[in-house]
Structure formats: C-alpha cells, structure tokens
Design a protein around this ligand. Structure first.
Ligand code: KG4
Ligand code: ZN
Length: 350
C-alpha cells in the first residue's frame, strides 16, 4: 500500500519549508519562510545564521502548514525530509524534526536528495491553475532533466522513477552560483539570478562579446571562465571610468550579455542531449528554471520536443517538491532512525 499523504520538511539552504502533498501531485499545504532578507547584508548565505533561523522558524512553519490541511495530523501517512545536499547545520534542523515527528506519531520516514526533489516539482499540479482546466498529465519517460540551482548544474536522464542517472554536470561553478557571483560584481543584491534577469531586460545582449563555453567533454558544463571574463570587463570599466570611451558597458548590457551566454550554454548542451537520446520530453528544475529567457530559448531550441517547467514558486526551494519525490520514490527513500545528513550528496552518475 503506498503512503499517500506526505508531510515534507526542507531546510537545506536558506528557506524553511513544510508542505503536505497527496498522491505526489496535489498540494494541500505549502509554506515557505525565506531568510533572504537576513542573508542579503552578507551578499550570500551565512551558514551559522541559516541554521539558527531554521531553528527559530520551523515550528511556526509546521504549524501553519498543518492548519491548512483538513483533518490536520489525522490525514498524514508519512514524513519526508531533505537529508542532502546542503548546509550541514541547516539540514540537521529538518532531519531532527522529521525523525521526532515520525517516531512520535508512528509514521514512516523518508530521506530525500534535494536535487531529485527539484525534479519532482514537475509532477506537482500547479496550485494557481484554473480549476476548469484538465489536470496536466505526468511527465512521460524517458525524459531529460536540466537541474539548475544555486549549487548544482546537472543534466539527468530519467527512464523510470527508479532509473535516474546524471549524464553531465558542471566541472566548476553552478549556473545559479555564477549568476549570483556576477550579480555581486555588478553591485546587484542577493540572490543574483532574479536581479540579473530584471537588469538584463533593460540591456542589449549583443552589445558585449563574452567568451562562449567550449566544452567538448560530453554533456558537462563550465561557467567559471565566463565569470572571470565579466570580472575583467568590470575591472577595466572601473579603471577607464569613462563610459563613452569603450564599448557600451552598462550594468544592464553586461547583465544581458552574461545571461544570454549562460542560457546559450545550458540550451545547446540540453538540446544536443535531447536529440541524441530521443527523449519524450525535457524538464527544467531548480531555481534558475524560473528564468524567462532560459524557458523561452529552450522552447525554441527543442522544436518538437515538449518542454515542461514548474511554476516559478515551485522552481525555488520548497517542501512540496520533497513530498512529491518521496511519494514516487517510496522504496528508495525509506529511511531508518539512523538517517543522517549528507551535505555532499549527489545524483547517481555524477
Ligand atoms: O534551487 P534554489 O532555490 O536553491 C538551491 O538549491 O540552490 O536555487 C537558487 C538559485 C540562485 O542562484 C538564484 O539566483 C537562482 O536560483 N534564481 C534565478 C532566478 N530565480 C532564482 N536565476 C535566474 N533567473 C531567475 N529568475
Ligand atoms: Zn534547491
């Protein structure tokens, strides 16, 4: 008998989140408390502060989620939690709470890989969909998934729920990490991805020539060279100090050229793999999947191969995706009381 209604906890980075999902798709509650304001002053996530903030927020977030579910605890059949990858101190808060709840209420416990959970955001029924619309069908296997988050960039083939293999990954910075670092160079606030997107909308991508990623190495990615090129550009700009002297170096133009180059790298490798592997569909997952330019360029490059991505709110960290992953991965994710955090956890194949 499958475990149908799962309460999930996500504390791997800087969002404290609890959600309840029925049958892996129907969101009954989805509460996310963001710590972004707290970390902005440091230009990135401050690990010690993150774990303390999770400690402070988690009980309130849990309570709010349970209040949204008719019958509260009575309807919950299992507890799922992210146990890696992520910040050790932050993961510990979620894992300890999950164990306590599962033990205290006599419920099964599931330990989930955060990256796999991002993928399963594509199985969730979009919460703001018009109820007269039919429920979207589940993704069809085999599918290719581009997981693009703050810490990871992986190209993943899914042939079934139990056959998930990464065929490519970044050899240096993750796409989100590169966006966050370049945003900082440009004086834009944390998190940088959405800020780059906003600024890029005001700039001209072709006004600046940035080096394109040239990776002959299978389906792997590399973004650190590009980040260094932007650093040099910004430094030369501050030395010259005269905008009229060189190319039109404005923040929007640099943001637009940089975003375009990152998107181009992600799109070309994914489209190449989709064709070679003859997949049914392509899925985007992770925070960077919220990027409109990525969605648009990928749709165009894939041609007839359908592209699917979660609604923006479900691209960035949340616990609904963890509950969905636990539902479909019940056998693989079932955990004992010795469940531990694994800060460096990877997907199979990487
Ligand atoms: O998946 P996520 O919420 O957390 C991790 O697991 O890392 O991803 C966060 C990343 C950050 O690097 C953030 O800058 C990026 O996703 N991001 C975006 C956008 N929204 C969030 N990047 C580009 N465009 C966006 N609209
Ligand atoms: Zn994430």
């Amino acid at each position: 008998m499958p475990v149908r209604t799962i309460l999930a906890i996500e504390t791997s980075c800087d969002e404290t989140a609890v959600a309840v999902v029925r049958d892996g798709r129907e969101i009954l509650a989805n509460v996310v408390a963001s710590q972004v304001d707290l970390h902005r002053a440091y230009g990135g996530v401050f690990p010690e502060l993150a774990s303390r903030e999770h400690m402070r927020a988690i009980s309130l977030v849990l309570e709010e989620a349970l209040q949204a579910v008719p019958d509260g605890w009575q309807s919950i059949d299992g507890i799922a939690v992210t146990h890696g990858p992520g910040l050790a101190g932050s993961l510990l808060v979620g894992v300890n709470l999950a164990k306590g709840l599962a033990y205290g209420r006599g419920l099964p416990l599931f330990g989930l890989n955060h990256l796999l959970s991002h993928i399963y955001a594509n199985w969730l029924i979009p919460p703001d969909r018009d109820t007269v619309e039919p429920v979207p069908p589940e993704p069809e296997f085999p599918c290719l998934v581009l997981v693009v988050s703050g810490g990871h960039t992986d190209l993943v083939v899914m042939r079934s729920h139990s056959d998930v293999t990464a065929i490519g990954h970044t050899i240096d910075d993750a796409a989100g990490e590169a966006l966050d670092k370049v945003a900082r160079l440009l004086g834009l606030p944390y998190p940088g991805g959405p800020e780059i997107e906003k600024s890029a909308a005001l700039g001209l991508p072709d006004s600046i020539d940035l080096p394109r990623m040239r990776m002959r190495d299978g389906y792997n990615f590399s973004f650190s060279g590009l980040k260094t090129a932007v650093l040099r550009l910004v430094q030369s700009y501050s030395h010259d100090g005269d905008e009229g002297a060189g190319p039109p170096l404005s923040v929007p133009n640099i943001a637009a050229a940089f975003q375009e180059t990152v998107v181009d790298a992600l799109v070309s490798k994914t489209a190449e793999a989709a064709e070679a592997l003859d997949v049914h569909e392509v899925l985007l997952a992770g925070g960077v999947a919220a990027n409109s330019r990525l969605r648009q360029a990928m749709t165009r490059a894939l041609g007839k191969v359908p592209l699917r991505y979660p609604p923006r709110r479900l691209c960035t960290d949340n616990a609904a995706m963890v509950a969905a992953a636990a539902f479909y991965q019940q056998d693989q994710a079932r955990a004992g009381w010795d469940l531990d955090v694994v800060p460096g956890l990877r997907l199979p194949g990487v």
